[in-house]
Design a protein around this ligand. Structure first.
Ligand SMILES: Nc1ncnc2c1ncn2[C@@H]1O[C@H](COP(=O)(O)OP(=O)(O)O)[C@@H](O)[C@H]1O
Ligand SMILES: [Mg+2]
Length: 245
């Protein structure tokens, strides 16, 4: 159905967190969602309540028991995408691997530019999480060697960990909004409840149902659905966006 990539040239911006939240939202809307962790860190599973020691099935491994939580099927592919067998015929392999009956949420590590380049032509959307910090915004020119970030037509941005009490955060927000216009699809407020929920291996909706960031995340997920044309597929009846609540 669609491949959605999460990758940011800087680590720690919330790519894995946002990938998990989008997967949870889309599964809740009735889509068949696979969440594919392509990072060495292999931390995506923690956002679905699994311990760090929990093995995650390999993307192209032997058929075994699937790992499913909240309707999302978890897979990993860090080793697979580096294997000689895969790289020898990557194009054909990719056609085979990404079953089109599912939505694929793919978490790509910040330094894994080769994988980003390989997958971008096949994705419906590349979501780049940014922080309102100089260190994060300074990496924007590392997104592509051929075009400025504003001209990457499959790439959109989420400004994460916003805190309107901080001047730099407010200014970064204006800067990114002016630079990217519609390419900035959402902002997510900084909220310690996110880290607390992760520490408890619980969904934020359960651990902190009144979290302001939860509203932002719903809005983010709806913006993605609209951007890739998913909204019509299931209908909007179950979606709560800020303003509805
Ligand atoms: N909006 C937010 N508010 C507070 N903490 C956040 C927020 N978004 C992400 N985090 C935390 O920031 C840290 C880095 O997030 P992570 O998704 O692992 O980044 P990345 O995958 O880009 O390296 C995690 O501890 C995560 O829980
Ligand atoms: Mg990560």
């Amino acid at each position: 159905m669609a491949v959605i990539l999460f990758q940011s040239p800087k680590g720690g911006t919330g790519s894995t967190f946002l990938a998990a939240q989008l997967a949870l939202h889309l599964a809740g809307r009735g889509y068949e969602v696979n969440a594919l962790d392509c990072t060495f860190q292999n931390a995506l599973k923690m956002h679905f309540g699994f311990m760090p020691s929990q093995p995650v099935p390999e993307l192209d491994g032997v058929e075994g028991e699937a790992l499913v939580a909240f309707g999302v099927k978890l897979l990993q592919a860090h080793h697979h995408f580096r294997s000689q067998a895969f790289l020898r015929e990557a194009e054909r392999q990719l056609d085979r691997l990404f079953d089109p009956a599912h939505i694929w949420i793919v978490d790509v590590a910040s330094e894994d530019r080769p994988l980003l380049d390989l997958l971008t032509p096949r994705c419906a959307l590349h979501i780049c999480a940014l922080l309102p910090t100089a260190a994060s915004l300074a990496t924007l020119n590392r997104l592509s060697e051929t075009a400025p970030a504003m001209q990457l037509d499959r790439t959109v941005f989420v400004l994460n960990q916003l805190d309107d009490r901080q001047k730099l955060s407010r200014h970064s927000h204006s800067f990114v909004r002016d630079l990217f216009g519609d390419q900035l699809i959402a902002t997510v407020r900084r909220d310690e409840a996110i880290n607390e929920a992760l520490a408890r291996f619980e969904p934020i909706a359960k651990n902190a149902p009144t979290s302001a960031a939860l509203q932002d995340l719903r809005f983010f997920a709806s913006a993605v659905e609209e951007r890739i044309g998913l909204t019509q597929a299931v209908g909007e009846a179950n979606v709560t966006v800020p303003g509805d609540v």
